[in-house]
Structures are given as structure tokens and as C-alpha cells.
Design a protein around this ligand. Structure first.
Ligand SMILES: [Zn+2]
Length: 246
């Protein structure tokens, strides 16, 4: 393949711009904020599950408390009714009186036991409510940190994307100055090796940093200036410049 030395030199500008594009893409992929956001998202999701479990427990205890309080009420109502009968003086037989008094005493003991149960449920419910508040606050705190990290990520993304657009614009202009067959070879090599062209500096390929053999140097010296050369080592297009001295 042959191409004017000026067009070959433009390949080096293209390679330079492509390496900037690669660096930008790498920076976008490996932004520390991305790992931070993933980590925070996992923690927020775990906490959200824990909040639901704690809310379910608190809800169960609230229902248990209502049920226990209604048990207390029904025992208290029965005791009050018995007490009214006792106070009314309508029950006169000593046997019925004794039985009524014994039932009132038993209902009072029962009410006291049930009130203990209510207190115990209330304590557990209070602890469960506190747990809900604590977990939800931690979940919200981490969600806030994640939102901050997302803002930082978006700011860097915008910066990278702006630079990328500029570099791609320049690249488009440079590419128009390179003949189609040379450009297509460059693109193929870039796809294969990451970099499509490298400068020959002295006797070294700057693509793979290998020094060329005497035989290669001699064949380069013999080649015409518009001959498109390739590095024997890395296969990239080897571009001669005034710095090559060849
Ligand atoms: Zn090379």
C-alpha cells in the first residue's frame, strides 16, 4: 500500500486522538463513584428489607396489643357488672353472695394478669417501633449518600462526554485527510491491537518499543517515502517522520 507521507503522518494524530478517546472511555467505566453507588444500592436494598420486617413485627404487636386490651376490657366489664349486682343488695342468699364475691376476686386477678400482658406487649412494640425508626433513618442516610455519589458521577460523566464529543469532532476532521484504504487498514489494526499506527523514532517502533533489526532498517531505508510500512513486531503501521532520521 502506498500513501503520501503527509497522510501517513496524519495517522499519528488520529492515533493520539484515539488514545484520548480510549482513556476517556476507560475513565467512564472505572469511575470510583460507580463502585460506591453499587455498594450503597446494595446496602439501601438490604435496609429496605429490614425496615419491612421491622414494620411487620411492629404491626403484629399493635394488633396483639389491641386484642389484649379488649380482653382486659371484657374482664373488667364482667367484674363491674358483678360488683353492681353485689352493691344492689338483690343477692341475699349467703351461698350466692359468697360465689359472687369469689367470682369478682377471680376476675380482678385475671384483669391484673391481662394488664401485665398488655404492658409486656407495649414494651415489645415500643422496641419494634424504635427499630423501624432507626433502620429507616439509616436507609434514608445511605440513600442520601447514594444520591450525592450519583450527582458526582453525572457531573464527571458530563465532563467526559463533552471532552469525548470534542475529540471525536477533531478525529472526524483528521480522518477526512487520510485516504480510505489507509484509514480502513488503520481501523482494522486498531480493532485488533488497540492502536493502529506508531511512530518510528530512530530505529525504534514507539508502538511496541522494540528496536528494529539492521535488515528491517535497511529495507525501510530502501523503501520509497510513500510506501506504507508495518512493524514486524507489533504489526502496526510504522510512520516515518523527520525524527525517524530514515
Ligand atoms: Zn511495533
Amino acid at each position: 500500500m502506498k500513501a503520501a507521507p503527509a497522510a501517513q503522518k496524519r495517522l499519528l494524530d488520529l492515533a493520539e486522538l484515539d488514545s484520548v478517546i480510549d482513556r476517556l472511555a476507560h475513565r467512564r467505566r472505572t469511575l470510583p463513584e460507580l463502585a460506591e453507588i453499587d455498594d450503597l444500592s446494595a446496602r439501601v436494598a438490604r435496609l429496605a428489607t429490614q425496615v419491612i420486617a421491622a414494620e411487620t413485627e411492629a404491626g403484629d404487636l399493635a394488633r396483639e396489643q389491641t386484642k389484649a386490651e379488649s380482653d382486659v376490657d371484657s374482664v373488667r366489664i364482667r367484674a363491674e357488672r358483678d360488683q353492681k349486682r353485689l352493691d344492689s343488695g338483690q343477692v341475699t342468699s349467703p351461698k350466692d353472695l359468697a360465689s359472687l364475691q369469689s367470682e369478682i376476686a377471680s376476675l380482678n386477678r385475671r384483669q391484673s394478669d391481662l394488664e401485665e400482658v398488655v404492658l409486656e406487649i407495649m414494651e415489645r412494640r415500643e422496641a419494634a417501633d424504635e427499630q423501624v425508626t432507626k433502620l429507616a433513618a439509616e436507609r434514608d442516610r445511605l440513600a442520601g449518600l447514594r444520591a450525592d455519589a450519583e450527582d458526582r458521577r453525572d457531573a464527571v460523566f458530563a465532563e467526559i462526554d463533552k471532552e469525548n464529543t470534542e475529540v471525536k469532532g477533531k478525529r472526524g476532521t483528521v480522518a477526512t485527510e487520510i485516504p480510505a484504504d489507509l484509514l480502513s487498514l488503520y481501523e482494522k489494526l486498531r480493532e485488533q491491537f488497540g492502536v493502529g499506527a506508531a511512530m518510528l523514532q530512530g530505529t525504534r517502533c514507539l508502538g511496541c518499543r522494540t528496536s528494529l533489526s539492521i535488515a528491517e532498517i535497511n529495507s525501510i531505508k530502501a523503501a520509497s517515502h510513500d510506501e506504507v510500512l508495518r512493524c514486524e513486531e507489533c504489526r502496526r503501521i510504522l510512520v516515518r517522520t523527520p525524527e525517524s532520521g530514515l
